[in-house]
Design a protein around this ligand. Structure first.
Ligand code: SAM
Length: 396
């Protein structure tokens, strides 16, 4: 087989395998079979499987050979193409650890799941935020036609490579380099809006630039964890409402919304007031209670550190108001030392109580309402069920 034949064969095999696993909606099969993902991912990193700190290893045709490279490309894997916002020197790529991925070709099964939820038809126009490698853009070009697609990428280097890749794939959609939180500067609103980077709240520009009755599919996330995938219907240019449709995935955060590098001042050992609490730090790590804790403390971050007595403590710090909570073991239970203007752990306790009272529903039972000046996640009903505010994205 020549290399193009090999790529075509592997691509069809891959589509067949995704379909057999029920991970490829029928409407997207032709696109997955047609779009040459290898043109979007000429070189990439994948995490290795070794225990301990995650190390990413480079995969290029020169390093592993054409066939092994193509087999990785046509597999259900996320292929990382950038770390820490810096371009990779592909002349001598080395394993990387201790770095955060900032651009990738997303897991194909997830891309097609999102595209399926987007529920477009032959006439649909789509605005995408997070062009990345251009692979999802290319799938949409195949399905809807390049003249119906606008895609926005914030990183100029990433955007340039995506443009070249899409050109090699034979597609010329409208590509914009800029901060997608401010919208796509479209003259006409799109029927569908999709984002493949995580956002702390839905940028108002996305609602403004989606037609009434149109859909927005995006992932919400906080600084503690991802909240999940949401699908919103734009009602009338003043509201968009919808639901979480999956508690996963966790997309990389929009660049402009990454947590500040500096955690700020750590509380001294005698700062704050100590009391008992029914909840230890485990609630932050469990999927459903972690979701509720993220809602309760939208600006918080957490880390563990040993105290002077050798006991492990969990610090929870709020970057916005300098409130803190420090959790430590207290006999068989837990105590919390809190300080600052807001009782951070008190907010978590209260939110968990509301959630328990509602029967501890999964993330997919929560709704989302977006208005120009406030956004809320709610339970039971939007009007008077328990609700939590999301940070409203400034400048959009
Ligand atoms: C997971 S990757 C996108 C994957 C892509 N859809 C694909 O199939 O290859 C997320 C991308 O979002 C971009 N991004 C982050 N913040 C952004 C913003 N504010 N506006 C537009 N793009 C952004 C990142 O630079 C990154 O390339």
């Amino acid at each position: 087989m020549t290399e193009p034949d090999l790529a075509t064969g592997l691509r069809h095999e891959f589509a067949g395998q995704l379909a057999a696993e029920d991970k490829l909606p029928a409407e997207w099969r032709a696109a997955v079979e047609a779009v040459p993902r290898h043109e979007c991912t000429p070189a990439f990193y994948v995490p290795n499987d070794a225990p301990g700190i995650t190390t990413y290893v480079p995969i290029t045709p020169a390093l592993v050979g054409d066939e092994a490279w193509l087999r990785r490309v046509y597999s259900d894997e996320t292929l990382i193409t950038q770390f820490d916002g810096r371009d990779i020197d592909w002349s001598a790529p080395q394993p990387i650890s201790g770095a955060a991925p900032t651009s990738s070709s997303t897991l194909p099964s997830l891309v097609v799941q999102m595209l399926d939820v987007l529920d477009g038809d032959d006439e649909s126009t789509v605005t995408e935020y997070g062009t990345g490698t251009g692979y999802s853009t290319a799938l949409m070009c195949h399905r809807f036609g390049p003249d119906k697609i606008t895609s926005v990428e914030t990183d100029p280097g990433v955007a340039g490579r995506a443009r070249a890749a899409l050109d090699r794939c034979g597609y010329a959609p409208r590509l914009i380099t800029g901060n997608g939180l401010a919208g796509a500067d479209c003259t006409a609103a799109a029927d569908r809006t999709i984002a493949t980077m995580g956002v702390r709240g839905i940028p108002w520009a996305w609602v403004r630039e989606t037609v009434p009755g149109g859909l927005i599919v995006a992932t919400l996330r906080g600084w503690l964890r991802s909240l999940g995938l949401v699908r919103l219907v734009v009602e009338d240019g003043q509201h968009a409402t919808g639901r979480f449709i999956a508690a996963e995935p966790g997309f990389m955060m929009a660049r402009q919304q990454e947590a500040p590098a500096n955690l700020g001042m750590l509380p001294a050992d005698d700062d704050g007031k100590t009391r008992e609490t029914p909840h230890g730090p485990g609630v932050l790590r469990m999927p459903d209670s972690g979701f509720v804790a993220q809602l309760a403390m939208p600006n918080a971050r957490t880390f563990d550190m040993a105290g002077d007595d050798g006991g492990m403590r969990t610090y929870v710090l709020d970057a916005a108001n300098d409130s803190f909570a420090v959790l430590s073991r207290d006999g068989d239970g837990w105590s919390v030392r809190e300080g600052g203007p807001v009782s951070l752990w008190g907010e978590v306790e209260q939110s968990l109580a509301l959630w328990h009272a509602a029967g501890s529903p999964a993330a997919t039972e929560f709704g989302v309402s977006v208005e120009p000046d406030r956004q809320r996640i709610w339970l039971e009903n939007a009007a008077d069920g328990p609700s939590w505010r999301l940070p409203v994205v400034p400048g959009s």
